[in-house]
Design a protein around this ligand. Structure first.
Ligand SMILES: [Zn+2]
Length: 378
């Protein structure tokens, strides 16, 4: 018989930790059989983990040894998609365990991270899945990714392991093109080629569901290419394209070299070399040029207030891409490296434009509009 109850549990590891950070409270959905010994143990483990400072990278006792050996940042959900992390938002998006389901060798825990409006409607952020399986007699957590992709096909080409649903027929020509791109990028930057796992499917949400993001805010809408580079673990996730997805591979290789670079420049360089949403930088420059023509009152001196154009063209990638292209034309790779060196704040960004291109912030609107018009016409 299933026991129906609602539990709000306050779990905590140590008094000293409590003094620094409020404990994470967890709600458990009424339908979860909390009387079952195994399910109770799994829930207890998950609560312990959520209260064990999961944003920190250390030898967390609640996570499986295999994952800790395999990944630098062992919890793949921690920093994928959400910035900086799902767990950093738990004081607002509170966790509710939706279900604990038996699978081969353990259980799958599904958790809703959600807030609510003043009128009580749910404001969900995501639904995550993690696996709990026995290790040396005790349940330990692990990523759902390897469970969810057990039946997916794997093909190695050069340094890349391509992993995709079995229904997809691997395109070796495109795989080799992707591999050659990575080799040439590494040669250009004089850095070593390293193994990368590349998970891809027809739609990005299929890849995120495999990872363990059963729902995430922003999923759905019209299907369009998209991806994410987990630079810590050297994993690329992408959907809507195919074996060829250079943008995220640029991030995998270049971002770790410049941890303090401004995000617009890192996004811009990946777009310059690898396009965005399946289209080249010059395609997006033409769209941006038309948009700016249609919005003459938009003032780009305050560039970061224009952070959203539409769901196809992203200002950070277009402006960043344009500036990287101009730097490269001006001084080759050393100039691009210099662009990355100014720092990550918006003031650093404006300083970079002034020092690299001689344009003060109050002249940015005219400069960007005229330069985009020029490049869009090429
Ligand atoms: Zn990017």
């Amino acid at each position: 018989m299933r026991t129906i109850c609602t539990i709000v549990v306050l779990v905590f590891c140590s008094a000293s930790f409590f003094a620094q950070t409020p404990a994470v409270k967890i709600s458990i959905n009424n339908g979860v059989d909390t009387v079952d010994n195994d399910i109770a143990a799994v829930l207890h483990l998950w609560k312990k983990y959520l209260n064990s400072n999961p944003d920190s990278i250390y030898d967390n006792p609640y996570w499986s040894k295999d994952d800790k050996r395999r990944y630098n940042h062992f919890d793949l959900l921690r920093g994928t998609y959400f910035d900086p992390s799902i767990y950093a938002m738990m004081s607002y998006y509170k966790p509710t365990v939706l279900s604990v389901s038996e699978i081969e060798g353990g259980f799958r825990i599904r958790t809703l991270f959600s807030s609510h409006t003043d009128s009580g409607f749910a404001q969900p952020l995501c639904i995550t899945e993690v696996v709990a399986a026995k290790e040396d007699g005790d349940y330990k957590l692990s990523n759902a990714l390897s469970y969810n992709t057990k039946s997916w096909s794997k093909t190695n080409v050069g340094s890349i392991t391509f992993i995709h649903p079995r229904e997809h027929t691997f395109d070796r020509d495109l795989g080799e093109r992707m591999s050659r791109f990575v080799d040439s990028l590494a040669m250009l930057w004089n850095i070593p080629v390293q193994p990368v796992e590349y998970y891809f499917a027809d739609r990005l949400e299929l890849v995120y569901k495999a990872l363990g993001l059963d729902f995430y805010i922003g999923e759905g809408n019209h299907a369009r290419p998209g991806g994410f580079a987990d630079t810590h673990n050297r994993i690329v996730y992408a959907g809507g394209e195919n074996e060829w997805y250079p943008h995220e591979f640029v991030h995998i290789y270049i971002n770790p070299l410049f941890p303090n670079a401004h995000g617009y420049f890192l996004e811009g360089y990946a777009t310059l070399l690898g396009g965005h949403r399946g289209k080249s930088l010059s395609w997006h420059l033409k769209r941006m040029n038309q948009y700016l023509h249609d919005h003459p009152d938009l003032n780009l001196n305050d560039l970061f207030s224009f952070w959203h154009m539409d769901f196809t063209t992203d200002p950070s990638k277009v402006f960043g891409g344009l500036l990287c292209k101009m730097a490269e034309e001006k001084g080759g790779l050393p100039a691009v490296k210099k662009l990355f060196s100014f720092g990550s704040s918006n003031d650093d960004f404006y300083r970079a434009i002034e020092e690299m291109f001689g344009v003060k912030r109050e002249g940015l609107n005219d400069f960007l509009r005229s330069t985009i018009a020029k490049y869009a016409g090429k």
